[in-house]
Design a binder for this molecule. Sequence first.
Ligand SMILES: CCCCCC/C=C\CCCCCCCCCC(=O)SCCNC(=O)CCNC(=O)[C@H](O)C(C)(C)COP(=O)(O)OP(=O)(O)OC[C@H]1O[C@@H](n2cnc3c(N)ncnc32)[C@H](O)[C@@H]1OP(=O)(O)O
Ligand SMILES: CCCCCCCC/C=C\CCCCCCCC(=O)OC[C@@H](O)COP(=O)(O)O
Length: 252
Amino acid sequence: ELSPAVSFALRLSLYCVLCVMGSLLAAPACLLLNGGRTVRNMRIIKNVVKTFKYFFGLKFEVKGLENFEVEGPAIIVSNHQSILDMMGLMEVLPDNCVQVGKKELMYTGFVGLIMYLGGVIFINRKSTTSAKMVMSEVAKTMVAENVKVWVYPEGTRNCTGDFLPFKKGAFHLAIQAQVPVIPVVYSSFTSFYNPKKKLFTSGKIKVEVLAPIETKGLTSDDVSDLTDRCYHTMRETFFMLSGRPSEAKDSS
Ligand SMILES: CCCCCC/C=C\CCCCCCCCCC(=O)SCCNC(=O)CCNC(=O)[C@H](O)C(C)(C)COP(=O)(O)OP(=O)(O)OC[C@H]1O[C@@H](n2cnc3c(N)ncnc32)[C@H](O)[C@@H]1OP(=O)(O)O
Ligand SMILES: CCCCCCCC/C=C\CCCCCCCC(=O)OC[C@@H](O)COP(=O)(O)O
């Protein structure tokens, strides 16, 4: 038996190797089949990434996939615990959906290349003005091109077993484009993955796609309310899926 710390390092290294090799494999396929940067490449990327879970003994239990079947574009928001989230993302990713990511990810070699080819929208988190400009451009193109956009509203990875406060960008975007918000919640990883404790074992992740929240008729005045509503609904679902009592329940 390997010690947990050695096992942690090996398994995380394997994840990185899989990501790089997967990207090496998928990039030519993306270029040959679809000719360049397009959301259609996400199907190829998704099929490659969906095999990764078997290497780590991870199981996904998904509920509510039918909630993705909205007419036209939407903003999908979900909690962000770790770089492993990429597997959970690809497990449920609907067609025609791109993600918002920090621009540093573009410079990770082949992995950055595959994100670029898949149509990932890169934002500069150090410049609010430029991030907002990119996002309002997205509000226009997502409607014109019938694309869904996946945003991690916590804005950074957070594996503490609770949520960080939500940033409002995703909700501005939904209201500007007048498209529904579809929340997706992943149960806590803390029982099988904890980088601080050097823990990474096999495990089960519960995923729930929640009912779409309409934004038709809402204005910029409603952004805070919409953000709060999503935050509370998702956090309550998170505690429920993670098998812990909900604080939110007590107060409502
Ligand atoms: C084949 C094998 C392959 C293997 C590898 C494959 C790899 C990949 C395949 C693809 C997978 C890709 C996965 C990518 C995942 C990446 C995840 C990330 O990188 S998460 C980090 C980046 N994402 C985010 O940060 C999104 C969430 N953040 C926001 O929404 C933010 O609000 C912001 C970024 C837009 C701005 O942030 P910040 O500068 O911190 O400022 P704020 O405090 O949030 O806002 C300041 C005020 O501005 C208002 N605001 C925000 N947005 C808008 C807007 N669009 N219009 C108008 N106003 C806006 C906001 O409300 C604030 O005002 P206030 O008065 O305080 O309300
Ligand atoms: C030439 C450079 C070579 C570098 C090679 C790097 C290879 C990287 C390999 C595997 C990494 C897998 C990346 C999967 C994508 C997951 C994206 C992600 O989850 O990014 C974190 C980001 O959301 C939040 O950032 P912070 O938590 O604020 O930080």
